[in-house]
Write a protein that binds this ligand. Structure first.
Ligand SMILES: Nc1nc2c(c(=O)[nH]1)N[C@H]1C(S)=C(S)[C@@H](COP(=O)(O)OP(=O)(O)OC[C@H]3O[C@@H](n4cnc5c(=O)[nH]c(N)nc54)[C@H](O)[C@@H]3O)O[C@H]1N2
Ligand SMILES: Nc1nc2c(c(=O)[nH]1)N[C@H]1C(S)=C(S)[C@@H](COP(=O)(O)OP(=O)(O)OC[C@H]3O[C@@H](n4cnc5c(=O)[nH]c(N)nc54)[C@H](O)[C@@H]3O)O[C@H]1N2
Ligand code: SF4
Ligand SMILES: [Mo]
Length: 699
């Protein structure tokens, strides 16, 4: 541990800017840049993935944004200065709001923003703009698991236990997660437990598993029901736990009787024997966990699928029992904190509902307004994007921390909606594909250039620290929001730019909510305290935070978890001919998300220079594809052009596309924007496609 500020002669303690594991690093100012080393922090225990090691490269990216850019009368983005850029945005926003009302302005946030930024962005939308139209990319990420977790347990914290607990497990079921590539240092905790992996691909994680179940994409819901059937029929049901700690089992039981493993096998392709083996492994273990990732969640039935896996975990008596549990592996750097402070369409700070009169009154009091002045809930991320420039939709959009041109489903359509806007404003530190479309681009600081807090996948609040000055004229997102709020006539004091002041306010605004941060301070974090929310303010000795939730009771009023009845249903679209394949999408180790950051790191680009499609060799032969050749993958939405990779670990009926690449290699040109009715999560993980060889042009 360093000094009071986490710094000493040998560097400053901080965390990797990328994923939700938030690996602990130490960084040094190397004179104009930084270099990082992993440190012995519980989640990464001295490990770091390639993205973490190379994160400093993005600070020095050749095309790093250093001053504002404003589109001129000839339609070209030209260098500008802060006053002109902010004045222009302020004036346009006022004009649009006067003509069309506040809901004509939309705000799109991100799960990579610090807690302070996420909070101030939500406050800016509700107070300075008065719009209902704010949502964020977390809707594309863990929204299904959050909805299911809240329904079952009364509270959603991705992992209700610390990551280090996993190392003591005997068996862990990973449903649609590939941490060997998406959170490599997490694998240090998964060395001893036996793994059961559910994934249509034989991934690096699946290769380390004792048992790999390889279902047809989009059939996990049915698979989970089959496994629940096995729990009941083979006598594994934890009857006492079910009686004392849960409600609703009887109705669930009535629905699973129709799904014996043999019937499930016909739908999922996972043999009845493997289903029984998986349940036996989980049930016989003293300590076991069920964890879900995006593979199980990003479906039009995503919430129900997670609910079915939670039902399975409850039937085995896992959640809220020491050494056992259910968890969702949240993805983005602040994927957990980003969903708590009010940048989600239906939320207020403290993870409270915007329709709850008590929550509205509490937050309004902190903000110094009347509760009636708070707008109501708005549209979800894809619906917000889909409505842009249409009657009733937003005519201006402010984007902070997302690159939807690459990452949103049916991305060519999203691009057309963005083109239809009167005003697109993007705050970013690199010219992302979305920033390139903007009317005004605002250059902001990155991780090593700013102070703040992030909340990792286990609900632990962490400090991000500044060692470098901002490059050029770049400003923090907090300063940008302040500058815009003032131009919209707000009292400057309502939009502080000093991260600790924003944190103090968000802690107060969260008091009494499910994600209560009111007992957390920068001083406590800087002293190295390990604080997981809820951490309420107390009169006496400071609250120690809550490392493990639900051990005594679940968060519903009666303290019991809820079984939820779900009906199996397939993907949002069906294959119309025998020639069609299922396409699924996801991640590879070298790139992060839309690639806006990692496609600017030479070492990572060398590892993965272009978009690919992984195909089983038999399928390749049938479709005339060869290793290293090119293929066109087409769905009802559009086509994408990719390099072929032969992979005998694929199901022959399924191809895989990483979504990190831009232009004609964008996987999201083909994805299906059908939404999960409960969480509004799009179906990123399954689309019906045709695959055909493409002749490479000479030269
Ligand atoms: N390298 C890297 N790491 C990252 C990220 C990144 O972009 N790159 N992003 C971070 C973020 S935001 C997130 S959300 C996490 C995501 O972390 P993961 O959830 O591990 O990542 P994905 O690759 O999206 O999906 C996991 C697996 O789901 C499988 N899958 C596809 N369809 C199905 C299906 O129908 N059923 C099942 N059971 N499995 C299916 C895919 O083959 C894939 O191997 O990663 C985080 N870490
Ligand atoms: N086909 C397919 N599509 C997917 C997925 C999938 O599995 N398959 N996964 C989905 C998931 S889980 C996610 S999380 C999304 C992520 O997709 P995106 O939302 O596009 O995420 P990023 O690529 O991280 O984009 C973040 C952008 O904001 C910038 N940025 C980073 N930090 C900050 C900051 O602090 N302030 C500001 N102003 N800008 C910042 C970055 O430079 C980058 O341009 O993609 C979703 N899309
Ligand atoms: S696993 Fe995640 S937090 Fe850790 S170094 Fe890699 S990207 Fe960063
Ligand atoms: Mo994500």
């Amino acid at each position: 541990m360093g000094t009071e500020h986490g710094s000493d002669v040998s560097g400053v303690d901080t965390h990797c800017p990328y994923c939700a594991l938030q690996c602990g690093t130490r960084m040094w100012d190397t004179g104009g840049g930084v270099s990082v080393r992993p440190r012995d922090f519980p989640v990464n225990r001295g490990g770091l993935c390639r993205k973490g090691w190379t994160a400093p490269e993005v600070l020095r990216a050749g095309d790093r944004l250093r001053q504002p850019w404003v589109r001129n009368t000839r339609g070209v983005l030209a260098r500008s200065d802060w006053d002109s850029a902010l004045d222009r945005v302020g004036k346009e926003l006022r004009r649009i709001m006067a003509a069309h009302g506040p809901d004509a302005v939309g705000v799109f946030g991100g799960g990579g923003l610090t807690n302070e930024k996420a909070y101030l962005l939500g406050k800016f939308a509700r107070l300075a703009l008065g719009t209902r139209q704010i949502d964020y990319n977390g809707r594309f990420c863990m929204a299904a698991a959050a909805t299911a977790g809240k329904a079952a347990f009364g509270l959603d914290r991705g992992l209700p236990f610390p990551v280090t607990d996993l190392a003591q497990a005997e068996v862990i079921l990973l449903a649609g997660a590939n941490p060997a590539e998406t959170m490599p240092p997490l694998m240090r905790h998964l060395e001893d437990p036996e793994l059961i992996v559910i994934d249509p691909r034989r991934t690096a994680t699946a290769r380390r598993a004792r048992l790999h179940l390889q279902p047809v994409p989009g059939t996990d819901l049915t698979l989970a029901l089959g496994m629940l059937h096995v729990v009941v029929t083979e006598g594994w049901l934890e009857e006492r736990y079910v009686r004392e700690r849960t409600v609703g089992f009887r109705q669930v039981y009535r629905s699973v009787v129709h799904w014996p493993p043999e019937r499930v096998e016909r739908v999922t392709g996972v043999s009845a024997a493997e289903q029984r083996e998986a349940v036996g492994l989980l049930a016989r273990a003293e300590r076991s966990y069920v964890l879900t990732g995006r593979g199980a969640e990003q479906h039009s039935g995503g919430t129900d699928t997670v609910a079915a896996f939670i039902d399975l975990a409850l039937a085995l008596g896992l959640p809220g029992t020491p050494g056992n549990g259910y968890g969702c592996l949240t993805g983005q750097g602040n994927g957990q904190g980003g969903r708590e402070h009010g940048q989600k369409a239906d939320q207020l700070p403290g993870y409270r509902s915007i329709t709850d009169p008590h929550a509205r009154a509490e937050v309004a009091k902190v903000w110094g307004i009347a509760p009636e002045e708070l707008p109501g809930p708005g549209s979800s991320a894809y619906e917000l994007l889909d409505g842009l420039g249409t009657s009733g939709g937003a005519r201006a959009l402010l984007v902070f921390g997302s690159n939807p041109v690459v990452s949103a489903p049916r991305s060519a359509h999203v691009e057309r909606r963005l083109e239809a806007l009167d005003l697109l404003v993007v705050a970013d530190f690199v010219p992302s594909e979305t920033a390139e479309m903007a009317d005004v681009v605002l250059p902001v600081t990155q991780w090593a250039e700013e102070e703040g807090t992030m909340t990792n996948l286990e609900g632990r609040v962490l400090r991000r620290r500044e060692v470098l000055p901002p490059p050029g004229e770049a400003r923090s997102d907090l300063e940008v929001l302040h500058g815009l709020a003032v131009r919209l006539g707000q009292d400057p004091a309502r939009f502080p730019t000093h991260a600790p002041s924003v944190f103090d306010e968000l802690a107060r605004a969260s008091a009494g909510g499910p994600a209560d941060y009111s007992g957390i301070t920068y001083q406590r974090l800087d002293a190295g305290e390990q604080l997981h929310w809820p951490c309420p303010e107390t009169d006496r000795s400071p609250h120690p935070g809550t490392r493990r939730l639900f051990l005594d009771a679940f968060a519903h009023e009666d303290g019991k978890a809820r079984f939820v009845v779900v009906e199996p249903r397939g993907p949002g679209e069906t294959a119309e001919s025998a020639e069609m394949l299922w396409a699924t999408t996801g991640r590879e180790a070298a790139h992060y998300q839309s690639g806006a950051q990692t496609r600017r790191v030479d070492e990572l680009v060398e590892t993965s220079p272009e978009g690919t499609v992984s195909v089983h060799p038999d399928t390749a032969r049938r479709h005339g594809l060869v290793e290293g050749g090119r293929a066109r993958v087409s769905s009802a939405r559009g086509s994408v052009s990719l390099r072929v990779r032969l992979d005998s670990g694929m199901r022959p009926d399924t191809v895989f596309l990483p979504f990190h690449h831009a232009g004609a290699a964008r996987a999201n040109l083909i994805t299906n924007p059908v939404l999960d009715p409960r969480s509004r999560m799009p179906e990123f993980k399954v689309a019906a496609v045709w695959v055909e060889p493409l002749v490479e042009e000479a030269g």
